[in-house]
Design a protein around this ligand. Structure first.
Ligand code: VJV
Ligand code: CA
Ligand code: ZN
Length: 385
């Protein structure tokens, strides 16, 4: 199959290392790195390699990881294994190791590959060798300077943005994962050189327990400190956001952000747990609606790094990211998925755009959504031209 559509103008790089297909967080753990292999096989069977510069990224070095993370935490990640973990029992809670963030085989390799791809993507944007650079193995937005959090160990996004800041005065970070991008927000909370914008589910989780929806941060009142005041934007939402409400809110906010912040580069975290029917998420986006957000950011023609993130119904994650890889190179993919090694995952319809019928009611009223728009517009006015 040859992708059709107007010939692409910009250059698009794509970073993938097959090692991720062998990584297992644990038998029933929701995070499954195999989803990147599924996505990669879709990208190949649709023939998108013709329009991509494909790379196997160099693994990030210990020194590169230590540009953000503290030394003893990186040393811990480098040396701990499932076999010797008992020798580390006194530090496991300090580094937040547990059910969400277990110790598994090749954990350190996985961190280095994920961060290596996001660093290589940034470096290539910096050199002007690509206009768009994709790393679906990145986007691990919860990792903190000193500890793991929410399935994330190394914050490849923070490292990516630090690299972009070497060549760009202002970098914009956008996060459409259903969870709050807390680790990235925290890292740049006091600077006016990075604006972070996260759209996320926020509030009581609605599962009957007392925990808020993870991680519990991301109120609209979190705006940044010191020089960074008004450079953190948060869009807290309730369950059931659908294409119409989400995409119109996204475009309206991002248009104003682009106009006032005028970034030299953009990093877009494309967590696919905001899709309907996700095992952990509570939004109701379709693959097309999710993709419209990516397409909108591409339309500004500012150098763009595109990263993965969450996504726990893996056949839909693969569909979502393959579709977004295609739209970033102006390819139009037929709905029928071509035969390939993972075709059986996409039954019974074998379509790229399945009907995602989720039973979730949209709990966000028009009134609440308008309020969010108004408050965000007020925050942006303080930056003003
Ligand atoms: O809600 C939480 C924290 C708890 C304590 C730990 N238990 C396991 C769960 C409740 C309060 N954690 C969230 C973390 C979500 C991370 C999202 C990451 C991303 O998408 O934003 C970016 C990659 C959470 N939600 C669901 C689970 N943890 C969960 C973890 C499991 C599990 C089932 C659900 C871990 C192991 C196993 N099952 C076997
Ligand atoms: Ca988010
Ligand atoms: Zn998430």
């Amino acid at each position: 199959y040859q992708p059709t559509g107007p010939s692409r103008k910009g250059r698009t790089s794509y970073y993938y290392d097959d090692i991720v297909s062998t990584i297992h967080y644990g038998k029933r753990h929701p995070m499954k790195p195999q989803r990147m292999a599924l996505c990669h096989e879709l990208v190949l069977c649709y023939g998108l390699y013709d329009r991509l510069d494909m790379y196997q990224p160099r693994m990030a070095s210990e020194e590169e990881l230590k540009m953000f993370h503290v030394s003893d935490y990186v040393d811990f990640l480098r040396t701990v294994t499932p076999d010797n973990v008992s020798a580390f029992k006194d530090v496991l809670s300090r580094f937040n190791v547990g059910d969400d963030c277990p110790i598994f085989n090749d954990l350190y390799k996985f961190c280095r590959v994920s961060a290596g791809g996001s660093l290589a993507a940034a470096a290539q944007i910096n050199r002007g060798e690509a206009d768009v650079a994709i790393n679906w193995s990145g986007g691990l937005h919860h990792a903190k300077k000193t500890e793991a959090s929410g399935f994330c160990y190394v914050n490849d996004i923070v490292l990516c943005i630090m690299e972009l800041l070497r060549c760009h005065a202002r970098v914009l970070y956008i996060d459409i994962d259903v969870h709050h991008g807390d680790g990235v927000q925290e890292a740049f909370y006091k600077t006016d050189r990075v604006m972070t914008v996260s759209f996320h589910r926020y509030g009581p989780s609605g599962d009957g327990g007392s925990d808020p929806f993870f991680p519990g941060t991301g109120a609209i009142s979190e705006i940044g400190h010191d020089h960074g005041r008004y450079y953190s934007l948060n869009v807290p939402l309730k369950a059931g956001m659908d294409d119409t409400t989400y995409v119109s809110l996204f475009k309206s906010i991002m248009e104003q952000v682009m106009h006032t912040f005028r970034p030299g580069a953009i990093v877009l975290q494309c967590g696919a747990d905001s899709l309907g029917c996700d095992r952990l998420g509570q939004f109701c986006l379709s693959i097309d609606g999710h993709g419209q957000c990516v397409e909108y950011m591409k339309s500004f023609q500012v150098p763009l790094v595109v990263l993965g993130g969450g996504g726990y119904t893996i056949k839909n994650v693969a569909r979502c990211w393959a579709n977004e890889t295609a739209l970033l190179v102006n390819a139009k993919l037929p709905n029928a998925i071509p035969p390939h090694p993972y075709l059986e995952y996409y039954g019974p319809d074998y379509k790229l755009h399945p009907k995602i019928h989720d039973q979730l009611r949209n709990e966000n009223s028009t009134h609440e959504l308008n309020n969010i728009k108004r408050v965000i517009a007020e925050h942006l006015k303080f930056l003003g031209p």
